[in-house]
Design a binder for this molecule. Sequence first.
Ligand SMILES: Cc1ncc(COP(=O)(O)O)c(C=O)c1O
Length: 391
Amino acid sequence: MLTIVDTIGQTPLVQLQRLTHANEARIGLKCERTNPGGSVKDRPARFIIETAERAGWLSQGGTIIESSSGNFGISLAMLGAAKGYRVIILVDPKITPTNLALLEAYGAEVEIVTAQDDSGSYHKTRIARANELARQIPGAFRPDQCFNLLNSAAHANSTAREILVQGGDSLAMVIAAVSTGGQLGGIIRQLKLVAPHVQVVGVDAVGSAIFGGAAHSYLMPGVGLGWTPANLPLALLDHAFNVPDEAAFLACRTLARHEGIMVGASSGAVLLAAMFFAQQLPANSQIVAIAADSGERYLQTIYNDAWLGDHGLSINCSPAELRARARSLRPCAFHEGQVGTVQANLAETLQVPASTQQMNQLVQEQWQQRSALQVGAAFAIRQALLQDVYC
Ligand SMILES: Cc1ncc(COP(=O)(O)O)c(C=O)c1O
């Protein structure tokens, strides 16, 4: 018997037909919209909640408390409803009416944090308030997506394994957008262990500081952070891009009109990077691009002509123009000296809960054990992982 929670994962890899040419690499979009909560965030939400249940950090009558104005909050609200937990989500004034409505539809309690942090965003103030509430409410559990390494472990155990199976022998590259670093960090750790020839590419917004540089405001929802997250081992990354808002939004709209696929803005940014490499890699190679959520969540913004016009952004472009925009992208030079944005003692300043630290110790021990295995055994490990039952 299948529950709603059992339907998380095993998302399809959809090959593009019209935005690439026959002599280019294939681009497969891994469409995370088919998860029941509508995004890739269902995976870490389930993994963290079920690990906490097994460890006794979360039990019946408990309350899940998280900082999120987007997909992770929606995934937790959905899981809380399915499993019978109270859910409190700390959001900020930038939350879209759609996301707010989704949180409320799943019965989550929402608190809006209005104080901005030192980078002009709300990440740190929201996290600090979530930690404060968790100390006050008995039976509270903090999934803590920004500091909890189970976030990336979830993707190592599910997303990365699916990509290896679906990409097959021609898998040459995987591209994902980054905020907490969960997706990209998990994929990179798993792939560099069992398929080190596959290149891994990170995509962020112009204005975010994850790959280094100073933070400034941008419109692209779902991506970016004012610091380099603990879940992302930056040194393992092959390439990184900061994509401008306009190009990402145009990619979404062109994909909808010329391939019939509706995705969110981060997927548009990822698609551009995929089109950049598709025009360089051999024709028989496979690029997997993660489409983290669906376009329906953004009908009032990136798919709305008036909203784009109000922000002075172009509304549509042809596939040929999009291909030219992709070619004009320039990778970040983070290997030549830029080392991301380190914020020392941030976890202590924001009073990250003890349960996060305990979970992180478990994850780090597991990673050390896995990387201690010889590279020569990589094929055997890969076969074992592919046959493994997902945890
Ligand atoms: C639509 C979307 N794309 C990409 C990301 C980045 O994923 P991660 O937090 O795993 O780095 C998020 C995170 O919330 C998201 O909502």
